[in-house]
Design a protein around this ligand. Structure first.
Ligand code: FAD
Length: 509
């Protein structure tokens, strides 16, 4: 008999997992794994989560979603990174204050690592994000990462997407069903635990008991299986990442020709930050804040001041969350994917990428022979390290800031709020920049390039003076910086705008 997977939950995590596993485990073929997804129409999905990571391209390609469908059905736009405003200094106390974390990494085709040369001043006075790749200038000019002639998911500049999360879940559902996933709309009322401590089945309101070999908990913050039924604890990170509430709203563009920003813009606030995501026809904007440092009224006041008159008639939606994750995400025959597994504030869009990674691992570790434990150990160790590192990376944005305009910012630099693992990384990078030896490329989502963008964007000082003499290729480095600048000018002159490329995809026959 073929193996069976039951996925509980039909949000982004549930349908992404279903669609991906259907392709990787051949749900529509004899001998493949049969996959069923049950979701409750009353509970509904969270429906936020509009910014993604470049890995989404491969994931969507595997699921069989075309770029044109993504643009037409989910209002997608091209995302080339994140832009951070007012993170470094208290507003009004210093000059222009923003930096970017683009997806493109510095070229090192000829083996020359440009970063030390920039740290030693050979890149001029511009910030690292600007000198090391053409992407910042191109994205600042609202250019798309590619030409209309580039095939799906291929581009000269690295990119991901912004999209409408509710529409994406529907598109993923259609693809998953097309590839053999069976879809049941019902509510899970009870999870049955067998004598061996594994899940023996789930009872539903109308369809009776559902059973499977592997149960995947995509039930969101409710964590019906992994949390409520199996009692696997959630490790809170509130002592590190203070934000616990989001207020969100959607507003139309002022005009049909208003440029679509190719970044997620994250603007720091007195007790948190705001996201601003441009889709094709609207912007999604939200204020993420710490309820211990401000209240809903003040948070909404700031959000409405940011949005301006465009938001006047639009309601604000409030979402509470607790930053954290489970140390065990695969227990016996149950795996948690999505919000049931863990969640960090969406500062670096870690939500969906964690679901992508977890689905990929389930496909690779699927216990065909029935040995759950070996798969579980590998899965858990891998996810734990990933969560730890992502938590540190997000905390980095706060803990090296020079903002001191509120208790929130004071508390964020308190040594006790910085994990030891992050203290250790910062110690390493006083006298050398982050390199690949700091990263486990099989596990870490954020490479050394990401750490470099945030560190140096925030003004971190890595002192290379003691070994300045060892960097003998300053002339080559300056030439490489000039070449990148030339490429940036070329990209700005030749790439279509984000909006033009989207319009082109919409109109393509
Ligand atoms: P949900 O969307 O909550 O889905 C849960 C599903 O389980 C639903 O279908 C529900 O009906 C079902 N369910 C629950 N209980 C039962 C039951 N008893 N029986 C049957 N069905 C049940 N991520 C990003 O990558 N980028 C972002 O920019 C981003 N922004 C975010 C902003 C905010 C404010 C928040 C809170 C999150 C953000 N995220 C972001 C995270 C992202 O939204 C989630 O990772 C993503 O939506 C996945 O959610 P989910 O599918 O796990 O849960």
């Amino acid at each position: 008999m073929s193996k069976r997977i039951l996925i509980v939950g039909g949000g982004t995590a549930g349908w992404l997992t279903a669609g991906y596993l259907a392709r990787r485990l051949s749900a529509d073929l004899p001998g493949g794994v049969s996959i069923q997804l049950v979701e409750s129409s009353e509970i509904g999905i969270l429906g936020v989560g509009e910014g993604t990571f470049p890995t989404i391209r491969q994931t969507l390609a595997t699921i069989g979603v075309s770029e044109v469908d993504l643009i037409r059905k989910c209002g997608a736009s091209f995302k080339q990174g994140a832009k951070f405003a007012h993170w470094r200094f208290t507003p009004g106390t210093a000059g222009p204050d923003h930096y970017t974390h683009p997806f493109q990494i510095a070229p090192s085709d000829d083996g020359l690592d440009l970063l030390p040369y920039w740290l030693l001043g050979h890149g001029g006075t511009a910030n690292w994000d600007e000198v090391c790749s053409p992407q910042k200038k191109a994205a600042d000019a609202h250019r798309a990462p590619k030409l209309p002639s580039h095939p799906d998911y291929v581009a000269p500049l690295n990119y991901a997407f912004h999209f409408d999360a509710v529409a994406l879940a529907a598109l993923l559902r259609d693809k998953a069903v097309e590839h053999g996933v069976s879809h049941l709309v019902d509510r899970v009322t009870e999870v049955i635990i067998g004598d061996d401590g594994a899940i023996a089945g789930v009872d539903t309101e109308q369809s009776g008991r559902l059973t499977a070999d592997l149960y995947i908990d995509c039930s969101g913050f409710r964590a019906e299986l992994i949390g409520k039924a199996l009692g696997i604890p959630y490790r809170s990170c509130r002592d590190v990442l203070f934000c616990d509430t989001a207020l969100a709203l959607q507003v139309p563009y002022r005009s049909a020709q208003e440029p679509i920003v190719s970044y997620t813009v994250a603007t720091a606030q007195e007790a948190g930050w705001m996201w601003d995501i441009g889709l094709d026809r609207r912007r999604g904007i939200g204020h993420v804040f710490s309820s211990a440092h401000t209240d809903d009224t003040r948070a909404e006041e700031l959000l409405r001041a940011y949005v301006g008159p465009a938001g006047a008639d639009h309601d604000v939606r409030k979402i509470r969350f607790e930053a954290g994750y489970r140390e065990i995400n695969w227990h016996k025959n149950c795996v948690a994917i999505g919000l049931s597994s863990g969640f960090f504030e969406p500062l670096e869009a870690t939500g969906i990428v964690f679901a992508e990674v977890a689905a990929g691992m389930v496909a690779n570790l699927f216990p065909w022979g029935g040995d759950w434990e070996t798969s579980a150990r590998q899965f858990n160790a891998n996810m734990l390290r990933r969560y730890d590192r992502a938590r540190d990376f997000i905390k980095l944005h706060y803990c090296i800031s020079e903002r001191r305009d509120s208790d929130f910012w004071h508390d964020n630099v308190a040594a006790a709020s910085i994990p030891d693992s992050l203290h250790e990384l910062l110690e390493r990078w006083r006298f050398r920049p982050p390199t690949e030896i700091d990263i486990d490329s099989n596990v870490d989502i954020f490479t050394e390039a990401s750490w470099q963008y945030v560190l140096y964007g925030m003004g971190w000082k890595t002192d290379l003076s003691a070994r300045a003499g060892a960097y003998r290729y300053a002339t080559d480095a300056r030439r490489a910086f000039a070449e990148i600048d030339r490429q940036a000018a070329f990209a700005v002159a030749n790439l279509p705008s984000n909006r033009q490329l989207i319009d082109y995809a919409r109109q393509r026959p």
